[in-house]
Write a new protein. Structure first.
Length: 252
């Protein structure tokens, strides 16, 4: 069961593991020049392109660590490619620590990373969806897509037993653009999604992944998210909370 939890929770725990892995490695003192005793020669630049990145030994092999603030970057500049071998070593170091901290069933573990509200009795599924769309428009969250999964259950799998599930994608265009300027890889988390779903008892729920930007505060002193962008991301999270509550309450 623990192994199943680790496999399922890996994408959600990535930011937390980043903080833990970085603190486990020795960091150069603030007044020390990175790699002062080991100059980087031109031939080795392909292995260690910047002196703000170093390598530390672990029981699983060498792992790269950040020693200082990164150099200036351009808008939409993609980060380096992490090789499968390096990622494997990093995960081997990080995952046992996380697993020991979260000794619980996969269902309960994933429940920590979801925000959900139960719709008021008497509301129909369509009432909830309509309230969601209306409030999203009021708070300037653009509806950019939807996935009617329950219809695919019937059409593709010939499954009439599944509950009604619809996933809606929303985006704050300005915050999304500013975030991608700094971290292009964040595109894999966009757009924001909210799900309306019936459960086994025909109760209606409104849910989203609780991706809280304040998690990045645990990534150490070298994070590059400027305060205004951090505040923008928090504002988007607050908007989603507003939309979900309105949907669950049927505030047409």
């Amino acid at each position: 069961m623990l192994r199943r939890f680790v496999l399922i929770a890996l994408p959600v725990f990535s930011l937390f593991a980043l903080a833990a892995a970085s603190t486990a490695a020795p960091i150069a003192p603030p007044n020390a020049a990175p790699h002062a005793t080991t100059p980087v020669n031109p031939e080795s630049r392909h292995a260690l392109p910047q002196q703000w990145i170093g390598i530390t030994p672990t029981p699983y092999g060498p792992v790269m660590i950040q020693l200082a603030p990164p150099p200036p970057f351009r808008d939409y500049q993609m980060n380096r490619i992490i090789t499968p071998e390096e990622k494997k070593r990093w995960l081997q170091m990080a995952m046992p620590m996380m697993a020991s901290m979260m000794q619980m069933d996969a269902r309960e573990a994933m429940n920590f990373f979801v925000v959900k509200y139960k719709a008021k009795p008497g509301l129909t599924f369509d009432d909830v969806v309509e309230s969601m769309k209306l409030r999203a428009n009021q708070v300037n969250l653009k509806l950019v897509g939807s996935n009617l999964m329950w219809k695919d259950f019937k059409a593709v799998l010939n499954d009439d037993s599944g509950p009604r599930i619809e996933v809606f994608s929303f985006c704050d265009i300005a915050v999304g653009r500013d975030l991608l300027r700094i971290i292009p890889e964040m595109a894999v988390f966009l757009p924001c999604r909210m799900t309306v779903m019936e459960d086994a008892d025909k109760n209606i729920w409104v849910m989203t992944q609780d991706w809280d930007v304040t998690w990045l505060d645990m990534a150490g002193p070298h994070r590059v998210i400027p305060p205004e962008l951090r505040n923008g991301a928090i504002a988007v999270r607050d908007k989603m909370e507003n939309v979900m509550r309105a949907a669950a309450n049927g505030e047409l």
